[in-house]
Design a protein around this ligand. Sequence first.
Ligand code: COD
Ligand code: ZN
Length: 526
Amino acid sequence: MLNLDNKDTRAVPCISSLHIAQPDFSPLFCCLSGREGRASPEARATNKSLPGGLLPAPVESGCHPLPSPCCHQLLRSTLPALLCVPRRTQINHSPLATVPHQDSPRSLQLPRRALVPRLGDFATQGFGQTDGSFPPACCTNSNSSANRDLMATSGKVIRCRAAVAWAAGKPLSVEEVEVAPPKAGEVRIKMVATGICRTDDHVVEGSIANVEFPVIPGHEGAGIVESIGEGVTSLKPGDKVIPLGIPNCGECTYCLNPESNYCVKFHFSEPQNLMPDKTSRFTCKGKQIHHFVWISTFAEYTVTPEYAVAKIDSAAPLDKVCLLGCGFSTGYGAAINTAKVKPGSTCAVFGLGGVGLSVVMGCKVAGASRIIAIDINKDKFAKAKELGATDCINPQDFNKPIQEVVTEMTGHGVDYSFEAVGRVDTIIAALASCNMNTGVCVMVGVAPSDAVIPVDPLLLLTGRTWKGSVFGGFKARDCIPKLVSSYLEKKFNSDLLITHTLPFAKVNEGFELLRAGKSIRTVLLF
Ligand code: COD
Ligand code: ZN
């Protein structure tokens, strides 16, 4: 068995461990029966008596009540012979899904020219895995073929596919790139899945400050450590990980402050187009390719500093928890950690993409009594309601400013407003939508790099609080593993944000779905 302990000695409280009951939770998939279950009325009633309001597992219709990791543990103890049979088809819970889940990510994979052995070659053998990795880390030992495979590439340059943005405004190009071994303090990760976030679209367009081209974008991924550089102690080959767009060095003033999730190594302080030693690990056609926020998840292999990687539970399905690398954590944490939404409060959420819908989920979990979801694309409303929105409004349906509409709907404005669009006008509207005294407005989206926000000082003078939130206030290396555990315990269902799953080669199709407003999250499988 691999040692899966990730004991971090820093005593930093993680707000993600404080979850409140979510009365309407989504269908759960039983990996033994292959059926979906919902909490019975009795189970829901029982919910009230559970400590912290945690939900009981669904127990309807004889469906095995445990989430997949528990099923996996059960299988390990009772049915070891089944551990290596072909995996089952998984159910995609999303009603918006247009691309069915495949039996295996490998079945989606196009032939490629990688010149080295690949972990993915084992993917079709895993039982109960949803991420294409095999053997599951919880079943491997140091002699396993997967680990031998990892060691085969250790210290060598790996040639593999990556999506390269050669210039701003041009489509991504899937190329064969060379990925150098990790240097001291770095790790090389075999990516298994990555989501497409609007920020990646901003990178491709060229509207994000400090990004240099050519670059490999992507910042919402999950994978497996392939090799480690000198001095790396917290990670080892075979570990399941989520690379972090906001690092957590553990040493700077902010990292040492339990109230902060900022890190001085974050790319707002210092561009992260190259590794900390100012060189790149990527080359293509003889040219150096830049990294994006040190994690570049649109590559089959990527190199990142150790302090920009969170080790997660070996049972985590990487094709699902990749969303915790950005969109889900950013939105959910903005409600739970930054705003600290109170039970019975009123909320307004501007923008219903993956980030805004995660804010809606956070508000719901925190017990908000009214959640007003706002978007100019009414196709987002069904999903928003499914996730907890009580009202959905389109600013284009009114002939007055949307903040006036929200204020009239709630008397004096909401208790908490959130901006997850990234526009100056919606940032101002969100600020004016929360009540003038105790209202809290959280800015999640970033307006274009040259934007200036003109704000009437009276909006703040009367007591409003205006805050920003990066990565949902989560102290990344400490909190993401706990958030993954909460996902495995079904405390929230971020899978509902996944509307499409595509093979990596179709990365541009994924971007088209986002630009057309048809997708919430597309997950690319390597
Ligand atoms: N009024 C209301 N809704 C609008 C408007 C408007 N005027 N314009 C667009 N929208 C809606 C769109 O229809 C869409 O549904 C939604 O706003 C935006 O969703 P997506 O899917 O485009 O974007 P997300 O959810 O993936 O990301 C949104 C961010 C705001 C986070 C992103 O764009 C951003 O600003 N990123 C930079 C901030 C950052 O670095 N965050 C952490 C890493 S992403
Ligand atoms: Zn993002």
